[in-house]
Design a protein around this ligand. Structure first.
Ligand code: ADP
Length: 248
């Protein structure tokens, strides 16, 4: 439900670990089809924020809504995944012994948390989706390659493809271009620009030129709340942001 013009909505969210406020009255919203980049120094709360959205961590207070009607705090982590919120951690986790095709097929079989079925066959709609995903992730020519033989960047794309097979509404990605070559980074930007509009994305990144290519609005987190928000050129020149990054 996107009638209120947002797919994700956090208001005054706080969480403490042993008395330390990792997230402190955090408010944020994401529009449907938006690609939001999240930046911030180590310890700013980026991972904890994603843990809260995906139901891994319960906040002590605040509101977290998916669309305008779904109160995410009422659901468990697997339920939230089933609703169409996909998450990718920093390191690639593909099945190295399986082919590109088999990895994508497996992502479909395990859709909605159902156990992989031995008798599973792709229907024509799923076959079309698989072909489209292969093209999007730049692996159309590598369907039968063993995932273990792919480059680091290709493994990252394959894992994004596995998420796409489940047709997520919102994708949360942690440092997708870390460790990629320059060329892989450029092609990842192409991939993201293609996803934008069809999916909503929240991308935690450090690579500023990558962010510049893909983002509309950048949110700067610091000490568990939003320090600044706006186009990259604007937040980069924000004095508070400069201070935080220079550690003064
Ligand atoms: P970021 O991802 O921006 O680097 P994190 O969300 O990982 O920041 O961490 C925010 C702060 O919360 C850090 O100071 C971290 O040490 C602390 N923190 C995160 N998770 C836990 C936890 N489970 N227990 C204790 N402290 C935590």
């Amino acid at each position: 439900d996107t009638t209120h013009g947002r797919i994700l909505y956090l208001e005054d969210v706080s969480v403490s670990f042993d008395g330390f406020k990792a997230i402190n009255k955090l408010s944020l919203d994401i529009a449907p089809g938006e690609l939001r980049c999240i930046i911030g120094p180590n310890g700013a709360g980026k991972t904890t924020m994603m843990d809260i959205i995906t139901g891994k961590t319960r906040p002590d207070e605040g509101t977290v809504f998916f669309g305008s009607t779904i109160d995410l705090l009422r659901y468990t982590e697997p339920e939230i995944a089933q609703m169409g919120i996909g998450r990718k951690f920093q390191k690639p986790t593909v099945f190295e012994q399986l082919s590109v095709f088999e990895n994508l097929e497996l992502a479909l079989k395990t859709d909605k948390g159902v156990r992989p079925s031995m008798f599973f066959r792709l229907d024509s709609g799923q076959g079309d989706r698989l072909a489209e995903v292969l093209h999007t992730i730049h692996l159309a020519d590598g369907v039968n390659r063993l995932a273990g033989n792919l480059s680091h960047g290709q493994k990252q794309w394959l894992e994004i493809g596995m998420l796409l097979m489940q047709d997520p509404k919102l994708l949360l990605l942690d440092e997708p271009v870390a460790g990629m070559t320059d060329e892989e980074t450029v092609r990842t930007a192409e991939l993201f620009l293609k996803l934008k509009g069809q999916h909503s994305l929240m991308v935690v990144e450090h690579d500023m030129s990558f962010i510049e290519t893909i983002s509309d609005i950048v949110t700067v987190l610091h000490e568990g709340s939003v320090l600044a928000q706006g186009p990259l050129s604007q937040v980069q020149n924000d004095e508070r942001v400069i201070e935080v990054y220079l550690g003064r």
